[in-house]
Write a protein that binds this ligand. Structure first.
Ligand code: IMP
Ligand code: MG
Length: 177
């Protein structure tokens, strides 16, 4: 079904179970509250779309696009805002929705930056986690699936802008090939 350089790592059914589990946890933790979910573009767009449909609370969403300064390969963790939020988050229960955590540098910096805007609380929700690659401590409040140190695509994740639309998460076995 896929190109020969793609190997399914997490089938869509397993992704769906993970999303439901995180949404249930979030619904339980924020009973009686309203949520403000921030989608980190572009990779998290499908995850956010699925997640909000399983959260049984009033939810507002906004989108943010960041890029980390670095040498092209390694992220420095210093975040440049490409697209900022449209609204004010002060007093709100914010959840940063991210596709995948690698070094953790981007997310740590983003959380720090958003914390200065006085939200009522700020949590992190990530679909996938390459925990073995971590360079800095990140408190991941809602953690989806831990994956091995492989380059993956699909379910929002891309390689050079491609493969975001694959329903499964796949290992790209031959990068550039
Ligand atoms: P870091 O945690 O600051 O190193 O950066 C994580 C970001 O790198 C994620 O939000 C993704 O955009 C990107 N990324 C890391 N690993 C992968 C991968 O395997 N496939 C696609 N994008 C990835
Ligand atoms: Mg990303």
């Amino acid at each position: 079904m896929y190109d020969k350089n793609l190997e399914v790592l997490i089938p869509r059914q397993e992704i769906d179970q993970m999303v439901r589990r995180l949404a249930d946890q979030i619904t339980e933790d924020f009973q009686g509250e309203e949520l403000f979910l921030i989608c980190v573009l572009k990779g998290a767009f499908l995850f956010l779309a699925d997640l909000v449909r399983y959260i049984n609370l009033p939810v507002d969403v906004d989108f943010m696009s960041v890029s980390s300064y670095g040498d092209g390969v390694n992220s420095t963790g210093v975040v440049r805002i490409i697209k900022d939020l449209d609204s004010d988050i002060s007093g709100k229960h914010v959840i940063i929705v991210e596709d995948i955590i690698d070094s953790g540098l981007t997310l740590n910096h983003l959380k720090e930056l958003l914390s200065t805007r006085n939200p009522a609380s700020i949590s992190i929700c990530a679909a996938f986690d390459k925990i073995s690659r971590r360079l800095t401590d990140v408190k991941v409040d809602y953690n989806g699936i831990v994956i091995p140190d492989e380059f993956v695509v699909g379910y929002g994740l891309d390689y050079a802008g491609k493969y975001r639309n694959l329903p499964d998460v796949c290992i790209l076995t031959n990068i550039g090939g």
